[in-house]
Design a protein around this ligand. Structure first.
Ligand SMILES: [Cu+2]
Length: 676
């Protein structure tokens, strides 16, 4: 897994400064060559391959002659499907939630993942690009580049420039086609979906943010529900818990955005309740027409071939029954306890469900089925032959406000479990001899919207004979000014100690300006950062830049600049340096602060410092301030504590947590600057 190696590299680089320069690239090709090939295999995915070498490979490479670590089993299987003409045609929509389509994409993923040298990887990529469905192909390449050891240093081009249809509205796409037809360069100002008559439009900038959508897709690529340990070389640590946490964070962040826009937090969706909010996506497939709409106030209908509404109610009650019992029942009738810190991981596996679920036959696949059920409500019986809905793609799911209602529903189930655990005691929370004296922000916290431009050149059809004209979209994106957090910590021990610093913030008031109780607030806490430091004896003044936050990543370079960088490196024989972009798993750093209010929005900020010697699952965490939030060396999650610790469990008596010296809280205002 690429993100795991990132951490290993950082740790190694700290010990040996030249490590980065000497990094070898497995598989018989340089990093620059691999980056170049991946760029070119994804360039203009709906047309012919432009790179002469890859084009040649697409005609001459024989998948059966490649080098594999599975004896060529995967390659033979996919070749048989191809020769039997069973594979999905090109120029057809693709959805990961379509079982057969997913199987086809994963057959190619397997071939690439088992390739042991770059010639085999690149040869297969070129060969199947011209023979398989484009959507399946893109998915397989992205998944393989994320997970293959051959592509540890390859940066994937931003998906919104590879398959722009899934990231922008149909108006922008049509304007792009017009620009291409008339050979006129254009920059299209893209608006958020909907109208001002719809209050939900006030927060459309969140659900439609291209960086947030990239984060969501990337998380699902790094932690796929289809990941089967039997066919992979490692187990993904705490995948189910991470599933809970990443969606919990999207849920609480969306609620914070709503409060700053004078909207109530999201209400959960429920199977036997009305779906109050309709949605008109104004988004189109490259092939397959428009994404289906859903009017306001419809009742859930059974979806032919997917599930009945009552099936969903039964699954939910089985899961909630398990939470109430404190255990799941395995396939063999075994009792699998969940009433401990590890329980959330199993619950996440069950709800998604992933192949890690101990009993999918009984507990089903609540999340994945729910996405399809909700996605199909516009055409539940297939009468109109509509393509899949926005909920059926990770790229587009958050565009529909019902996504957040659906996830609030699942988040409440997770909460039911977390609230069944006993609260942390004073002894659990204390860090002897360590006290947090104060926290200050270097400057006023401000958010504003900025304009961002990205290319739509890959959205339109073209031929080799006609030159490209520049076509781009301009979108508004939420961003904030940078700041530095200063934390004063006293260590009264007579030796250095390793400390884990955990920072959270939650909106102080609800939409009626009623202050959230500690217990309500902590469940809505936004994780802002987490890092490890060594504390010397006496006073320690820690500074931490907002840019370093472990929950965020910088913007991925544009497709064009990735192409340029790889070409430059190849031409000059120099090393490619794209380290900071190797993982795009976190939220965009722009999103670290939720949108403020003109008059200031109040947030409650909490800093909790715990014993790093007990928490750290990996050595050297304090030497690397850039460890990745979701994973680290050897597939191990770096923090032994649960996600959200110590706010993950209910707080019956706030004095217990606020009474320990290693806890500190304060209030801060976030201001939104209009018209900047
Ligand atoms: Cu998701």
């Amino acid at each position: 897994m690429k993100l795991l190696v990132l951490c290993a590299l950082v740790a190694a680089a700290a010990a040996w400064p030249n490590f980065g320069m000497m990094a070898d690239s497995p598989g018989g090709a340089s990093d620059a060559q691999k980056q170049h090939d991946v760029n070119n295999i994804l360039w203009k995915i709906y047309g012919e391959i432009r790179d002469p070498h890859l084009k040649e490979l697409s005609q001459t490479f024989d998948p059966l002659s490649g080098h594999y670590d599975d004896g060529g089993v995967s390659a033979r299987r996919l070749m048989k499907e191809l020769n039997d003409e069973r594979l999905l045609e090109q120029k057809h929509w693709f959805s990961l939630f379509n079982t057969r389509q997913r199987q086809e994409a994963l057959m190619l993923y397997d071939v690439l993942e088992h390739s042991t040298d770059w010639d085999t990887f690149a040869g297969n990529a070129a060969f199947f690009r011209v023979r398989m469905n484009e959507g399946e192909f893109v998915y397989a390449i992205y998944a393989a580049v994320v997970h293959s050891h051959l592509t540890e240093h390859v940066v994937l081009p931003p998906l919104y420039e590879v398959t722009p249809h899934l990231f922008t509205n149909s108006g922008a796409i049509q304007a792009a086609y017009k620009a291409k037809m008339t050979q006129t360069a254009v920059t299209i100002k893209s608006q958020f979906t909907g109208s001002k008559s719809n209050p939900e439009q006030r927060v459309a900038y969140f659900g439609e943010d291209i960086g947030m959508n990239t984060h969501h897709v990337t998380w699902h690529l790094e932690f796929p529900f289809w990941w089967d340990d039997a066919h992979e070389d490692h187990h993904i640590d705490r995948k189910g818990e991470s599933f809970f946490w990443v969606h919990h964070q999207l849920t609480v962040r969306f609620d914070a955005e709503r409060l700053s826009n004078y909207l109530d937090p999201v209400d959960e969706l429920h199977w036997d309740d009305v779906i109050y909010e309709g949605f008109a996506p104004h988004t189109m497939y490259k092939y397959g027409g428009y994404f289906p709409s859903r009017p306001d106030n419809v009742n859930f209908e059974d979806v032919d071939g997917v599930a009945r509404v009552r099936d969903m109610l039964i699954l939910e009650s089985r899961i909630r029954d398990a939470i109430a019992h404190g255990y799941f029942t395995g396939r063999d009738g075994s009792v699998i306890s969940i009433r401990d810190a590890h329980g959330i991981d199993i619950l996440g596996d069950v709800i998604e469900s992933s192949t890690y679920s101990p009993n999918p036959e009984y507990y089903g696949s609540l999340h994945n089925t729910a996405h399809v059920m909700l996605g199909r409500q516009g055409d539940p019986h297939g009468k109109f032959a509509l393509p899949p809905g926005v909920l059926e793609h990770f790229e587009t799911a958050t565009r529909d406000p019902a996504f957040f209602r659906l996830h609030k529903y699942m988040d409440n189930i997770f909460r039911e479990h977390k609230d069944s655990l006993t609260p942390y005691t004073k002894e659990d929370l204390e860090f002897s001899g360590v006290s947090v004296e104060g926290i200050t922000f270097s400057n006023r916290l401000e958010t504003h919207f900025e304009e961002f431009e990205y290319s739509l050149v890959n959205a339109v059809d073209d031929t080799t004979e006609v030159e490209d004209v520049p076509i781009s979209a301009k979108v508004d994106r939420l961003t904030h000014n940078d700041f530095t957090l200063k934390i004063d910590i006293t260590n009264n021990n007579d030796h250095d100690v390793l400390a884990t610093v955990r920072i959270f913030a939650w909106p102080k008031y609800d939409n009626n300006h009623v202050e959230f109780s500690f217990n309500e607030g902590r469940w809505n806490a936004i994780e802002m950062d987490k890092f490890w430091v060594k504390l010397g004896g006496g006073s320690n003044h820690i500074t931490r830049s907002s840019k370093l936050s472990a929950v965020t990543v910088p913007d991925v370079p544009s497709f064009h600049s990735l192409i340029e960088k790889a070409e430059e490196a190849l031409a000059s024989g120099s090393e490619l340096h794209l380290e900071e972009y190797h993982s795009s798993l976190g939220l965009p750093n722009r999103f670290l602060l939720p949108k403020g209010k003109t008059e200031g929005m109040d947030f409650h900020v909490v800093v909790f410092v715990s014993d790093g010697a007990k928490d750290g699952a990996v050595a050297g965490l304090h030497e690397s301030t850039t460890f990745n939030h979701y994973g680290c060396e050897d597939g191990k999650y770096p923090d032994k504590q649960p996600h959200g610790y110590p706010l993950d469990r209910r707080v019956d008596d706030e004095r217990i947590i606020s009474g320990v010296s290693n806890f500190f809280s304060t209030d801060v205002k976030v201001f939104h600057i209009e018209g900047q």
